[in-house]
Design a protein around this ligand. Structure first.
Ligand SMILES: [Zn+2]
Ligand SMILES: [Zn+2]
Length: 352
């Protein structure tokens, strides 16, 4: 089969690999769509960071050597074991993360914090390939009538839904969301699906903010030197109930601290490239709660993400383009350069 294999920064090769064999409790999928993500672009630009690539075996997965990346994939079952919940031909969406089901974090339902959590496409071979084999418990059926392009957005939307739940957003909240790229857009959709909240979105002026407005943001504010004052004036002079930092850009956590009200909550979604300087003094004096979010919880987030995609315009708003495997290096270049505003999907059945 053809697969996109990551060797290091600016080095992804489209190679011929054996079709993976299916283990116990696993299904073999023909990949139908595989999404590229900001994480992949970061690994392309300056990795490996999260990708388990190199001589030292990954502590959980044991993976060494180059890696088939791709952690946002859907496919069609071509082989299932006896007693499987899936039949050959079923269309399924992947949560990407595999959990043990037995450790303390799994038992309390936080499977994304499993002691032996591993993610296909990050810590072990993933879905930028024609086929992938993986445990069947990490797949959810794609609802009839949902397009492949829409279903191809279900994993990152599950991450957005998880972020919204982690934020604790409630009806009537004044919310500020910093960052309207792909991740911010999925978080916006999650927040609006979960609460009757008034959301103000901050980003550079342009198509991302316009998209946020069409998707239901109450107001959009272009970033500038006076962005904190602009937000306080528009939202509330004492600050927002909840500020979500989804840009990971330098200085934005500091801005979030200045935008939130006393007793309010900040949710950090983006991964800053460098450790940010945090004004702990201001957090303590005003009893600000600082929360974080990572990945998603399969049982809570993936099926709802598929349902939400069936009833929203997210795919029309967010899908940039669909490409064959051979286009991956070029698309990673564009993504890493910030030249793609939405999501790029790979369809391995297309030829270059
Ligand atoms: Zn991702
Ligand atoms: Zn576990």
């Amino acid at each position: 089969m053809k697969a996109a294999v990551y060797y290091g920064a600016h080095d992804v090769r489209i190679e011929e690999r054996p079709i993976p064999s299916r283990g116990d409790g696993e299904v073999l999928l023909r990949v139908l769509r595989s999404g590229m993500c900001g994480t992949d672009a970061t690994e392309w630009r300056s990795g490996p960071h999260l990708f388990a690539v190199g001589e030292t075996p990954h502590p959980v997965s044991g993976h060494t050597g180059p890696l088939i990346f791709g952690h946002e994939f859907i496919g069609k079952v071509v082989e299932a074991g006896p007693g499987s919940t899936f039949a050959v031909g079923d269309r399924v969406a992947s949560g990407a993360g595999v959990w043990c089901g037995e450790c303390p974090r799994c038992l309390e339902g936080r499977t994304n914090l499993c002691w032996s959590y591993r993610t296909l496409g990050l810590n072990v071979d993933g879905g930028m390939a024609e086929f992938v084999a993986a445990p069947e418990k990490m797949f959810a059926p794609i609802p009839d009538g949902l397009s492949l392009d829409a279903a191809g957005l279900s994993q990152p939307l599950a991450v957005g839904l998880h972020a919204a739940r982690r934020s604790g957003v409630a009806d009537g909240d004044r919310v500020v969301l910093i960052g309207a790229g792909a991740i911010g857009t999925f978080v916006l959709a999650g927040i609006l699906s979960m609460a009757d909240a008034e959301v103000t979105v901050v980003d550079f002026a342009g198509p991302r903010l316009d998209r946020a407005a069409r998707l239901g943001a109450k107001r959009i504010i272009p970033t500038s030197d006076s962005v904190v004052a602009d937000v306080l004036e528009a939202v509330h002079p004492r600050g927002a109930d909840l500020v979500i930092e989804a840009s990971g850009a330098p200085g934005q956590l500091a801005n979030a601290i200045r935008m939130v009200r006393s007793g309010g909550t900040i949710l950090q979604v983006g991964l800053p490239a460098r450790p940010p300087e945090v004004d702990i003094h201001s957090l303590v004096i005003r009893e600000i709660t600082l929360r974080t979010t990572n990945a998603h919880v399969f049982a809570q987030d993936l099926a709802p993400a598929l349902q939400l995609l069936a009833h929203s315009t997210l795919v029309e708003e967010l899908l940039d383009s669909v490409h064959p495997l051979d286009d991956i290096p070029g698309q990673l270049d564009l993504l890493a350069a910030g030249q793609i505003e939405g999501k790029v999907l790979i369809d391995p059945s297309l030829s270059a």
